[in-house]
Design a protein around this ligand. Structure first.
Ligand code: SF4
Ligand code: SF4
Length: 117
């Protein structure tokens, strides 16, 4: 299948607005959130309780930030706290978290002490 052109001119990410044509341009190298460690901006810390995990993979499927860490076999091994945004989607969907006993939950938030800044 022949690839269609977008019609946009490729522009450098350092280009000023004066260099852009009407309608903008195509940036080949855009920002990459992996380079920005935002985990310490959040008020809570996500904890993974491995012994309660059933390795269903649902948390990995819903995480919008690719912060669920898997080993080479696809087993969940933890959370990338440098990038987790505290959205809570994984906590909501995690099947063991439906258990009324919080000690059986596989993902939970730990409240951090409030800072004075
Ligand atoms: S809280 Fe949100 S960003 Fe963090 S691991 Fe869970 S789904 Fe991903
Ligand atoms: S959703 Fe819960 S049980 Fe499933 S892999 Fe993630 S932590 Fe484990």
């Amino acid at each position: 299948m022949k690839k269609q052109s977008t019609g946009f001119k490729v522009v450098s990410s350092s280009a000023s607005w004066q260099e852009l044509e009407t309608g903008g341009g195509l940036l080949k190298m855009t920002g990459n959130s992996e380079a920005y460690r935002t985990g310490n901006w959040v008020p809570k810390t996500l904890e993974f309780v491995e012994e309660n995990c059933i390795n269903c993979g649902l948390c990995w499927a819903v995480c919008p930030d690719d912060s669920i860490l898997l080993d080479e076999k696809g087993n969940m091994i933890g959370v990338d706290l440098d990038h987790c945004k505290d959205c809570g989607l994984c906590v909501e969907i995690c099947p063991p978290n439906k258990n009324p006993d919080p000690s059986k939950h596989a993902l939970r938030f730990r409240e951090e002490e409030s800072s004075d800044f």
